[in-house]
Design a protein around this ligand. Structure first.
Ligand code: ATP
Length: 328
């Protein structure tokens, strides 16, 4: 594997995230800049297995920096989880003369990448693309900032109706295992309570906090709930519990769902994706493999893919305190 890399493949896999297109564009253009051929793989690992490849020139990625989703499409491929599936993928890469891959995705995508390296010693570099921000080794994942802005914009709108009708709103946001979206959007949108998977605040504490809010003269309230909050009830069950135990509010539930993944990426995500796309190609040219590129303290950084998926990206205790103080 010591021949110079002449052809790099790029794919997007797992849940789509705004900014993936900006990352694809940066990978393609970095390849053009360094005079390497770039091949786009459609539908993630499934496209690798089926040989769904297309050579991408710098002009193929014009006018996509502002678009949500991914022009390469994404897929969840069960077949890639099998040794036979990965063998087909390797065969296709070899036949196409591809010497390395850039993976844009989350922890599942990186787990698949690690298996592929183990089996075929094939050069792989990852770019963190997921709205959840649940990847270690980068301060932000691509799509997270846009998702936060989308959530805050929606909560602002819900607040208008909450305050007009003196209502208590439970708003469920994405984040099955990580509360970053809930915590940051909750602070940004001025929520009274934020429930996240990393902390069990307990139902009694929630009731108590809502009672205190009421006593302090709040006539409406917003509670932001992460999909996977530790209390273990879904947002409708939570709302029912509060209704039974503190029937002083007119309660409504709003589940934001897939809209959190969509939309034009924020400037922050576009810049992040552009930096990481260039960094990924440069890492491969420097013979790095099995790593993810990230931005830490505003510098490009690399971390082993195994660390990126296994180590916790801790919830910032200071943010929890800020949430508590600013909701008095
Ligand atoms: P997100 O968290 O944003 O949804 P993700 O990358 O974690 O993104 P997954 O659906 O978990 O999304 O993984 C994407 C793909 O990676 C899977 O569809 C599968 O093809 C591959 N993959 C996941 N886990 C493994 C594994 N253990 N072995 C081989 N391939 C895997």
């Amino acid at each position: 594997m010591n021949e110079p890399i002449k052809k790099i493949a790029v794919l997007t896999s797992g849940g789509d995230a705004p900014g993936m297109n900006a990352a694809i564009r940066a990978v393609v253009r970095a390849c053009t800049y360094y005079r390497i051929e770039c091949v786009g793989v459609y539908r993630g690992y499934q496209g690798l297995i089926e040989g769904d490849f297309k050579t991408l020139s710098a002009r193929h990625v014009s006018n996509i920096i502002n678009k949500g989703g991914t022009i390469l499409k994404s897929a969840r491929s069960q077949e890639f989880k099998t040794t036979e599936g990965r063998a087909k993928a390797f065969q296709n890469l070899k036949e196409a003369g591809i010497g390395a891959i850039v993976l844009i995705g989350g922890d599942g995508t990186f787990t698949g990448g690690l298996k592929f390296i183990e089996e075929y010693n094939f050069p792989v570099v990852g770019i963190p693309g997921t709205i959840d921000n649940d990847i270690y080794g980068t301060d932000n994942t691509i799509g997270y900032d846009t998702a936060l802005n989308t959530v805050v914009e929606v909560i602002d709108k819900i607040r208008d109706t909450a305050s007009s009708h003196n209502r208590l709103f439970f708003i469920e946001v994405m984040g099955r295992d990580a509360g970053f979206i809930a915590l940051n959007s909750g602070i940004g949108a001025g929520a009274e309570e934020i429930l996240i998977p990393e902390k069990n605040l307990g139902l009694e504490r929630l009731v108590d906090s809502l009672k205190k809010s009421k006593d302090k003269g709040k006539t409406s309230s917003i509670v932001v709930v992460s999909e996977g909050d530790k209390i273990g009830k879904n947002v409708f069950e939570l709302a029912d519990y509060i209704n039974d135990n503190f029937p002083h509010y007119d309660i409504r539930v709003s589940v934001l769902g897939h809209m959190q993944r969509g939309g034009s990426p924020s400037c922050f995500d576009r810049v992040l994706a552009s930096r990481l796309g260039v960094a990924a190609v440069e890492a491969l040219l420097d013979r790095s493999t099995g790593v993810m590129v990230g931005i830490t303290n505003n510098e490009v950084s690399t971390v082993g893919l195994n660390k990126a998926i296994k180590m916790n990206h801790d919830i910032n205790e200071e943010l929890l305190k800020v949430a508590e103080i600013t909701s008095v």
